[in-house]
Every structure is written in structure tokens, then in C-alpha cells.
Ligand binder design. Structure first.
Ligand SMILES: Cc1cc2nc3c(=O)[nH]c(=O)nc-3n(C[C@H](O)[C@H](O)[C@H](O)COP(=O)(O)O)c2cc1C
Length: 357
């Protein structure tokens, strides 16, 4: 099993949900970059569980201990290693999963792939907890990107069928980006938050879970970055986004809706703006054409599935007795992964973009 990603700034994620700890090694960060640790902790706090009823009550502080690569809050250029201790584990909750795999989770495929030797407690290496190191690495990367004028934000586009407003694909105001970046339940239209929360709570009360869509944007990315075909910006972003557990789809710009447009509607026509910069008059391609950035905001949406672990009884198999059985899942789980996954998607985008630059 290898959980490495990137060819310039490389990340290697290690650990299991109920092991001693989890963490990341980040290779090839530039030396001499001042990192505001308050900001890093703020983003990690947005992902951390236990805040409200939309998330698992498993309370973990998610404090990264930096073992190398940083001195006086400044990158040294050597591999940066951060470890996060697992302090709140209740492995007993996972007893029956050893033989009765959870539908929708990695238990059964993982059992087959690793001949039953993988650590299944808390989902092991398949757990959403492994996204904490992604947020650590991404929070460092996004600070380096911000100094180059690149800003990243995301919001909860939808939970079930409850929708928020969408980003303006042509221009996302800095004030909106800054405000979304501070929220653990980021929405553009504040009136959508209570409706989404109610939808999640209803799912939770019915011993069920719900999914949703996260919309992500990066502004200030210059034109001309990327390559056609296999080295495209869409390829790179998609590859890291699918590293986030529970992500099942991605669409750039107008996404699948572009298929219902005519060419004359779909084409992003060019113009010079008042500063003499080439811009497009629409952004149906999400800031990327031919695999290369065109200078417009990079815009995409990811589909996040409903949390697999639900307490409603489900049909599964008993792998030792080789018979069908019913599974009732105990333990603490997110009724909706989407709010916590927003900052994970932003962080993954930062890691992808730093690789392109
Ligand atoms: C932030 C976050 C939290 C998650 N929390 C849970 C959880 O509480 N319970 C659960 O069953 N799955 C949770 N997941 C999702 C599973 O890890 C994921 O569905 C599983 O590994 C199977 O992978 P796949 O959905 O990508 O196919 C979480 C994912 C993320 C990103």
C-alpha cells in the first residue's frame, strides 16, 4: 500500500484511524517560506470532528506535531513531517466489521486486497481521518500560493437536494473567499445553511446519512499552466480529488450541463478587459482548455456520497460463516461528510496547484 501523491511537491500520507497516529511527509517544499501556524490550525479545526450534529461526535483536537522541515515557523527545504496523535479511539465499536463488511465502505475490498491483514479499526487507512494530514499539507501549500496571488475557496453547493447559490464563474470576490475560508459550514447564501442542517438532522434521526456537492474555486492562477492530453490540469486535480474518501465524481466549469449547450453557447469567447488582459466572457470550461489554464478562475464541483456507516440495519455477508447476515453499525459517524470535506478539497487543490507551479 502506498499513499504518495505528486511529482514535484510530493506528499506521503501514513497511519490508521485507530493506530497511534497519522501524518504526512511533504517533500520538495521551497525553503524560506514563513508559515502562519494559526492559519494551519484554523483550517485543521474546520475539518476536525465533534463540532456539531452534522459531524461524528468523536472529539479529536488534530494538533499536528511538526518533526522536521520547519524552523521558527519557516520552511527549511528539507522533507516536512507532521504527526497527529490519535487520542480518541473506541475500537470495540468495530468488532463485528472484521467478519461483516460495511456496505459502501472499504472493508470488503480491503479485506480481499490485503488478505485480511489490514487494520480495520475505525476504517484503518480508509478512514476519513486520514484527510487531516492532507489538510495540514494543503494549508502549508495554500499559504505559499497566496503569496503568488492565488486564492482558494469552496462552499457546500448542495446537501441532498437542498442547494446553495453558485460561485460567479467569471469573478469570485476576495471578500467572499476570505469569509468562506473561515467557516466550518461554508455557504454563499446564509439562508441555505439552516435548510441543509435540517436535511442532515432528518437523515441522522432516521439512522441514515446524506451526501452532497462541494464547489471549489482557485483565483489568480495565470494562463499557460499545464499540458494537453495526460498532463492536463483537469487530470491532476481529478487524481488528487479522488484521493479524498467518499468523492465519487468531478465536473469542471459547466460540467455535464455543457452537453446540453450549442457550441455557440458553450464556447468561452475571448475579449481584452480594461487592463489589457485576455479574459473569457463565460467560463463553461472552468478555467482550463486543452488541459492548460486560460487565466480564468479554476472552477469545479465534486460529488460526495452519503456516509457509508449508518446505524439502520443493512444486509451484508459473514465472511467466516459464508452466509448472509444483517449488520447494525455502532460507533460514531458523520451523518454528512460534506461540511468537513470542504476544507479537505481546498487543501487537495492547493497541493495540486503547487505541483503545477
Ligand atoms: C472528512 C471525512 C469523514 C468521513 N467520515 C466517515 C464516517 O464517519 N463514517 C464512514 O463510514 N465513512 C466516512 N468517510 C468516508 C469513508 O472513508 C469512505 O467512504 C470509504 O473509505 C470508502 O471509500 P469511497 O467512498 O471513496 O469508495 C469520511 C470521509 C471524509 C472525507
Amino acid at each position: 500500500m502506498s499513499s504518495c501523491w505528486g511529482n514535484k511537491v510530493k506528499i506521503s500520507i501514513f497511519g490508521e484511524s485507530h493506530g497511534k497516529g497519522i501524518g504526512v511527509v511533504v517533500d520538495n517544499l521551497p525553503a524560506g517560506e514563513k508559515i502562519d501556524m494559526e492559519q494551519v490550525l484554523m483550517h485543521m479545526g474546520r475539518r476536525a470532528p465533534g463540532k456539531d450534529k452534522t459531524a461524528t461526535p468523536r472529539l479529536e483536537k488534530d494538533l499536528p506535531q511538526i518533526l522536521s522541515g520547519m524552523l521558527n515557523d519557516t520552511t527549511t527545504g528539507t522533507p516536512m513531517c507532521a504527526v497527529i496523535e490519535n487520542t480518541n479511539t473506541r475500537s470495540g465499536d468495530y468488532g463485528n466489521l472484521l467478519t461483516a463488511p460495511r456496505p459502501g465502505h472499504g472493508d470488503y475490498p480491503g479485506f480481499i486486497r490485503y488478505n485480511g491483514f489490514n487494520d480495520i479499526r475505525g476504517g484503518g487507512h480508509f478512514s476519513g481521518r486520514l484527510t487531516a494530514p492532507i489538510v495540514f499539507a494543503g494549508s502549508v501549500c495554500r499559504q505559499i500560493l497566496e503569496k503568488k496571488g492565488i486564492k482558494i475557496a469552496s462552499h457546500i453547493q448542495s446537501v441532498g437536494k437542498v442547494c446553495d447559490s453558485k460561485f460567479n464563474p467569471l469573478k469570485v470576490d476576495e471578500s467572499l473567499i476570505d469569509s468562506l475560508n473561515k467557516q466550518s459550514f461554508p455557504v454563499i447564501d446564509p439562508s441555505s445553511e439552516p435548510k441543509m442542517r435540517e436535511y442532515i438532522e432528518n437523515a441522522r434521526m432516521s439512522q441514515d446519512s446524506t451526501g452532497g456537492v462541494i464547489e471549489c474555486v482557485a483565483t489568480g492562477v495565470p494562463a499557460g499552466i499545464g499540458s494537453p492530453m495526460f498532463g492536463g490540469v483537469e487530470n491532476l486535480i481529478s487524481s488528487i480529488m479522488f484521493g479524498i474518501p467518499a468523492v465519487k465524481g468531478i465536473e469542471f466549469g459547466a460540467g455535464f450541463a455543457i452537453t446540453e449547450m450549442l457550441g455557440s453557447q458553450a464556447n468561452d469567447q475571448y475579449a481584452y478587459d480594461e487592463n489589457g488582459k485576455v479574459v473569457t466572457l463565460s467560463n463553461n470550461n472552468g478555467g482550463i482548455t486543452g488541459g492548460i489554464t486560460n487565466g480564468m478562475p479554476i472552477l469545479f464541483r465534486i460529488a460526495v456520497k452519503p456516509t457509508p456507516s449508518i446505524s439502520k440495519p443493512q444486509q451484508t455477508v459473514d465472511l467466516t460463516k459464508h452466509e448472509n447476515t444483517e449488520l447494525v453499525i455502532h460507533g460514531r459517524h458523520d451523518p454528512c461528510i460534506v461540511p468537513r470535506a470542504t476544507v479537505v478539497a481546498e487543501s487537495a487543490l492547493a497541493i495540486a496547484l503547487i505541483n503545477l507551479l
